[in-house]
Design a protein around this ligand. Sequence first.
Ligand code: ZN
Length: 141
Amino acid sequence: MRNIKRIFIHCTASSRKTSIEQLLAEFKSRGWHAPGYHYVAMPDGRMVKLLDEEKVSNGVRGYNQSAINIAYVGGIDAKGSPTDNRTIEQKAAIVHLLIELRSRYPNALIMGHRDIWGANNPKAWQKACPCFNATREYGAI
Ligand SMILES: [Zn+2]
C-alpha cells in the first residue's frame, strides 16, 4: 500500500469539451509514462478512473509518490483565463469520490494543487489550479 499523505484537486485547464482521449494524448506528448491524474470528473458528472490508486500519477512534481490526483475537466474561460467553471454534476462527483477516498485514507490532506505552497504564500496564486479554494471547500470531508 502506498502511504497517501495528500489528495490533490486539479483542473485540466482546458475546454470543457476536452475528451479523455485528448487528455491522454497530452500526457503522452509530455513524455509521461503515467497520466497526470488518477481520476477525472467530466462535465456530465461521470468520474473516469485513469490509474490505479496504487500507482503514481503526474499531478504535483515532488509530491506524487504519496498523492492521489483528481481533476475536473475545465478551469479556463473562452479567453483562456483561469475560472471555476465546475458543473453541479462535477461538484457532486468530486464530493462523492472524496468521501470514498477519505474512508481509505483517513489521514490524507485534501487540498488544491496551488495550496501546496500554503494559502498565505503569494506564490500559491501564481498557479491557479484548481481555480477555487479546495482546502476550504473540502475541509470538512
Ligand atoms: Zn494542477
